[in-house]
Structure formats: C-alpha cells, structure tokens
Ligand binder design. Structure first.
Ligand SMILES: Cc1ncc(COP(=O)(O)O)c(C=O)c1O
Length: 388
C-alpha cells in the first residue's frame, strides 16, 4: 500500500523548516560555531525562573483556562498598553499560545479558505510560507531586496490592486532575517494603502523589544480593527524554551484563533504561564541589558563582514544580519553555506530559504557570545580570502 495516499494536500505541499533543516545538516561538524538559529544565548531572568519554581511548589500543575490564565492575559495587555500604546481587552482580545509558532498556524487555519492569498514581503521567515499553505492559502511574495529590505507603499499598492484574492499581509519587524525595521512614518504610509482594502495585517512583532535606534511602533496603533498582532517572550526575555506567545486581535477574529488553539494544545504549561505573568509585570526592562550587548555584537559583525569585503543589511533590531555571499560563489548561497560550514567551521543559513530576494545572501545570527563571534568573523575573513 502506498502510504503517500494518506498525506493531505496541505501537508504534502510544504517542506520541513528550512532553517532547522540546514542547521541539522551542519550541526555535527566538529568545532563548528553555529550562528544558524534565532536563539538568545542569555539565560531567563532569575525573578522569572523563581515565579515558575514557586508555581511548581504550589502545585500549579493542572490544565488552566485554555485562553491563558486571566492574570497572564491582563499582564500581557497591560504590557503592550504601557509600552506600545495598544488597547486590548484581556477577556476577549488576548490569547496565550505555545509561542508565536502556534499562533501563526492557528491564525491561518482560522482565517484562510483554499485559494485565499497572503502577501509576504521577502526575504522572510520561512515558516510564513508553510503556515499559509497548510490550509490551502497561496503566498504572494514581494521581493524587497532592491528596496533596502523594506516593503514600499508603491509595491504594496500594485500588489493589492492585482490580487483580489488577497486576504492578509504579513509584516514582521524588526525582521528575521534582515534585522531592518519600520518607523512610524513608514508604517503610516503602508496603513494608508491597506485601509482601502478588505485585508488584515498579521503583524509579527516578536522582536519589538530588540529595536535599536528608535522606539518600536506597533502597527495596530494605526489600523486596530484590521490587525492581528503577535508578540511573546521568546526573544525579549530569552525564553524560547518556555513557549509563550500572545495573540492580540478584535474579538471576531480572536475567538476563531482561540478555537484552533483549543484543539491544538488546549492550555499552556501552567508554571510557564506564571513565569510569563512575572516577566510581563515585573520584567518590563529585562531586554534592555541584552539589547545593549546585541548592539555591540551587531557592530562587531558588521565591521568584520565589511572588512571581508561582504555587503550586508544594516540591522536596526532583532539579532540577524543578512549579507551577500562572496562573488566567487556566483550567488549560490547553499554552496557557500555548506563550504563555510565544512571548511571554516562557521554555520550560517543560506539566503535561498528565505524566499525571493534571499538567494545570493546568507543570514548570520549574532545571538552568540562575543568570543564566538570574534572567532567566527576571523574565520569568515580567512575563508573569503582563500576563495578569492
Ligand atoms: C519572525 C519570527 N516569528 C516567530 C518566531 C517564533 O517564535 P516563538 O518562539 O514565539 O514560537 C520566530 C522565531 O525565530 C521568528 O523569528
């Protein structure tokens, strides 16, 4: 019997995550400095860990309210209100999910019908393409590589005018993989285009606390009814393993995303939710010292890549830099990524996995120790020289 016949069209239409796949391919190389994953090298703040320990000791080990503990929803709503000026009702407009990862799939399952289109500015986090395709959605890519990696109002307008099945637009800023972000004026110009159309914006702001040069501005400030906002604690509080994501949206949409979440995971780990309440309420500036270190590392890596003769994005947030592969590789980012890993023992992610505009570049994550980054930059410089 051919078991392939049992695979759904949605599952069959996607590949495993490109970043993890490449990481697994090179992870076994001895002495490799892995700059592949978006994984903070800091530890979760002590006061946050303490809250989880207390919750365990108090036997908080049961199912919780599936939408998230009421105190967690209140804490998350207060946090985005005080930091970003957003107004969400904890009862009907906030949902806790197992990271933004679960939020993404639940959201697209909740809003897409087969054939609906979703606009994705690229290079982009590869997961977006997959979570759009599972329910039968069609990604429509806009290559931003000639526009400083930013979606321009002109290109968005042109795309919306020619795609009447477009139902959603994904914005992700600061961006994975380029580190660029948008300021209030740039977002307002995009909102001016979007408000004329019946589309929703999925605004993935998971890196909001790691915005370097100006205050982060949330898209939902501009078009609250049309926006679904994702945020969470993975990056701001170095809590990737705790799996805390938060969805903010108007009740009509939030209630549908909530249904998907109920059937995907029901409720989140109880002690992790208590840790999250502590992080949102009393760890508002926990990201600040990490951010200062990331800025120093960004400068170190940018300088080092420039000295190697490589051009790159200018990251204004997150912890990624997107740089061009050396000329001798003729734009083949996979060939470059594999050779760099094998010969120089530095792991970076080939740009080809990030969609149109990604080929010819690579993503380096500087969420690694300064010592490792210093050595990695040196190895990259030697490697580029050797391949001139
Ligand atoms: C842009 C973006 N969105 C979402 C996620 C997933 O985050 P979480 O840990 O909350 O699932 C990541 C993780 O790397 C990311 O880079």
């Amino acid at each position: 019997m051919d078991l392939k016949q049992f695979v759904s069209r949605g599952a069959g239409s996607i590949q495993p995550d490109a970043i993890s796949t490449f990481n697994n391919q090179v992870a076994g190389i001895e002495g490799l400095i892995p700059l592949t994953l978006g994984e903070p090298d800091f530890s979760t703040p002590e006061h946050v860990k303490e809250a989880a320990i207390q919750a365990i000791e108090q036997n908080q080990s049961h199912y919780t309210n599936p939408q998230g503990l009421p105190a967690l929803r209140r804490a998350a709503a207060d946090y985005v209100h005080d930091k970003y000026g957003l107004n969400y009702d904890p009862d009907s407009e906030v949902l806790a999910t197992a990271g933004v990862s679960e939020a993404m799939l639940c959201t697209f399952l909740a809003i897409l019908n087969p054939g609906d289109e979703v606009i994705i500015p690229t290079p982009a986090f590869p997961v977006y393409e997959s979570v759009v395709k599972v329910p039968g959605g069609r990604p429509v890519f806009i290559d931003t590589s000639n526009d400083g990696f930013k979606l321009t109002p002109e290109k968005l307008k042109q795309t919306l005018a020619t795609h009447d099945k477009a139902k959603a637009i994904i914005l992700n800023y600061p961006s994975n993989p380029t580190g660029v972000t948008y300021d209030q004026d740039e977002l307002t110009a995009l909102a001016d285009v979007i408000k004329a159309y019946d589309v929703v914006v999925i605004s993935d702001e998971i890196y909001s606390e790691l915005t370097y040069d100006h205050a982060h501005f949330s898209f939902a400030r501009l078009l609250p009814d049309q926006t679904i906002t994702f945020n969470g604690l993975s990056k701001s509080h170095a809590m990737t393993g705790w799996r805390i994501g938060i969805v903010f949206a108007k009740p009509t949409l939030l209630s549908e995303i909530f249904k998907m979440h109920m059937f995907a995971s029901f409720s989140l780990t109880a002690n992790a939710q208590y840790a999250a309440i502590e992080a949102f309420n009393n760890g508002r500036n926990d990201a600040e010292p990490m951010k200062q270190v990331y800025i120093q590392r960004r400068d170190l890596v940018m300088k080092g890549l420039k000295a190697a003769g490589l051009t790159s994005s200018h990251p204004e947030g997150a912890f990624y830099i997107f740089a061009s592969v050396p000329k001798s590789f003729n734009g083949d980012s996979m060939k470059f990524g594999l050779a760099l890993a094998k010969e120089a023992r530095v792991g970076v992610v080939p740009g080809v996995g990030f969609g149109p505009g990604g080929e010819g570049s690579f993503r380096l994550s500087y969420a690694a120790s300064t010592e490792d980054l210093t050595e990695a930059v040196k190895r990259i410089q030697d490697f580029v020289k050797k391949h001139e």
